[in-house]
Design a protein around this ligand. Structure first.
Ligand code: 13P
Ligand code: SF4
Length: 334
């Protein structure tokens, strides 16, 4: 069994503390104990595995998590999500320890926008302001004017003067959806989420025929032909709230499957059918989000590693557009 010193030695190559854990240990109880001892908070995205959601102090979508990270009094934040989310929490909390159970939990959408390439793209469009989806690196945030999430992107765009020219990055599907909703013509960066791009239109069409009473609910990171079949389009929290409010008893859920855990918990009498991807799998998991496990989270909280660190100049530059988003979200009651 690797001891802590060996695990630390291999941390940068592995991305997490690779140690065996006694299978008899009650991880749920241990995590609760450590949280109290260290005044730590666990923030989890809805795409995390059910066990992680069950030990989290707060579960949310990207906006909810950023808002919670900004307000927390905890000394330590364990971010059960992907790297850009933990990085955002660090940008907002330079004095707190921010931990991510697996440093390799990245994001294909964030990776689709390298800052150096984006800078060259941005320079081709003088007079445009840059609205960037929170799913991006700190370097991309530093090149942006306003950060947005899928919860507030449309409202933020609507709040800008009609003649304001805009670059929207990195998600072309969300950007195209907002262009359609608002009648704008934002310049779009050509990035996408690997999870939301692989839903199968054919399989979804067949599912709809087999479940004619089911409502189709979809995340705006999906491609346009999929969104065209949806009864409701919204962020992860938006989708969850819709399942509570809408009287339908059956929903076809076109987003990452992690959200089904809360949907089922909040609506025990309703049925949720995950929309299938364009491959042989029945469900659609984000391989990055699912790198975090309860075991890695326990070790991360116990040994306070891996930790997110950041250059202060970059942090300050990346904070400005995040602050703008939080200020606008509060103004719009989001
Ligand atoms: P939201 O959390 O804004 O719904 O975005 C989903 C997502 O893909 C997060 O990585
Ligand atoms: Fe990134 Fe998509 Fe995974 Fe979200 S679901 S973390 S956008 S790859």
């Amino acid at each position: 069994m690797a001891d802590i010193n060996t695990a630390i030695l291999h941390l940068s190559e592995k991305g997490f503390l690779d140690m065996n854990i006694d299978p008899e240990l009650d991880l749920f109880a241990e995590i609760e104990k450590l949280k109290k001892e260290k005044n730590a908070i666990i923030l989890a995205h809805y795409y995390q595995e059910p066990d992680i959601q069950d030990v989290a102090d707060f579960i949310g979508d990207s906006l909810g998590l950023a808002q919670k990270a900004e307000k927390t009094n905890a000394d330590m934040i364990v971010f059960a999500g992907v790297h850009f989310m933990a990085e955002t929490a660090k940008i907002l909390n330079p004095g707190k320890k921010v931990l991510l159970p697996d440093l390799k939990a990245g994001c294909s959408l964030s990776d689709s926008a390298p800052p150096a390439l984006f800078k060259a793209f941005k320079d081709k469009y003088p007079g445009h302001i840059v609205i960037t989806y929170i799913n991006c690196s700190a370097g991309m945030k530093a090149l942006s004017d306003i950060i947005c999430t899928s919860s507030n992107a449309q409202r933020i765009v609507e709040g800008l003067p009609a003649d304001q020219r805009i670059i929207f990055a990195p998600d072309k599907n969300l950007g195209a959806y907002i262009n359609k909703q608002t009648g704008r013509n934002m310049v779009l960066w050509n990035g996408a989420c690997m999870v939301h791009e692989i839903f199968s239109l054919e399989k979804l069409t067949r599912l709809k025929i087999r479940h004619p009473k089911a409502k189709v609910i979809a995340h705006p990171e999906c491609e346009e032909p999929i969104l065209a079949l949806a009864d409701y389009i919204g962020s992860t929290t938006g989708l969850l709230n819709y399942t509570k409010k809408d009287p339908a008893n059956e929903f076809i859920v076109v987003t990452e499957t992690g959200i089904l855990h809360q949907m089922q918990k909040l609506n025990p009498g309703k049925t949720f059918i995950p929309a299938p991807p364009n491959n042989s799998c029945a469900c659609n998991d984000c391989p990055h989000m699912k790198l975090n496990t309860l075991e890695k989270l326990y070790l991360c909280l116990k040994y306070e590693l891996p930790e997110i660190t950041m250059d202060e100049e970059l942090r300050l530059a990346a904070k400005k557009p995040i602050d703008k988003m939080l200020e606008l979200s509060a103004q719009y009651g989001l």
